[in-house]
Design a protein. Structure first.
Length: 146
């Protein structure tokens, strides 16, 4: 394989790893948004102006459903953040190629940034030269090198 192709693959994998770290950081911002949204909704629904209105406050079940939704959405965002950061780490060290491909597929559901990152990740990881680079890295680790 030409040295220029190897350098290109290394550069692309490094950039993909960095962008995975960036997307993981955006996920952390998403968790903060969910927390702020919950605080804002709680303050609105418990304010005296809202509770003394002609319709009154919503029943407690509404708050329970909203709380469950916040936990579910927060949990999904945390899971997405962790696997995206792991994928970035694995791309950086050229390990677990299939894991990164699966994460790239799930990132495609995260429109628009995750879709772009997922597609480019799949394009790079499906190159034959990258597959060989991962195999060489695995053989290097198996022979005692790090």
């Amino acid at each position: 394989m030409p040295a220029t192709q190897q350098q290109t693959d290394r550069d692309h994998l490094r950039m993909l790893a960095i962008f995975h770290f960036v997307l993981g950081g955006f996920s952390a911002l998403g968790i903060g948004f969910i927390f702020l949204h919950r605080l804002m909704m709680e303050s609105i629904f418990t304010s005296p102006h809202f509770t003394k209105s002609p319709g009154g406050a919503p029943p407690p079940e509404v708050f329970a459903i909203m709380e469950a939704m916040y936990w579910v959405m927060g949990g999904l965002i945390v899971i997405q953040m962790v696997v995206t950061l792991l994928s970035g780490y694995f791309l950086w060290h050229r390990r677990h190629r299939v894991f990164s491909m699966v994460v790239a597929g799930f990132n495609c559901l995260n429109i628009p940034l995750g879709t772009v990152l997922g597609v480019f990740t799949l394009v790079v990881l499906l190159r034959e030269s990258v597959e060989h680079a991962y195999a060489e890295q695995q053989n290097h680790r198996a022979s005692g090198g790090q």
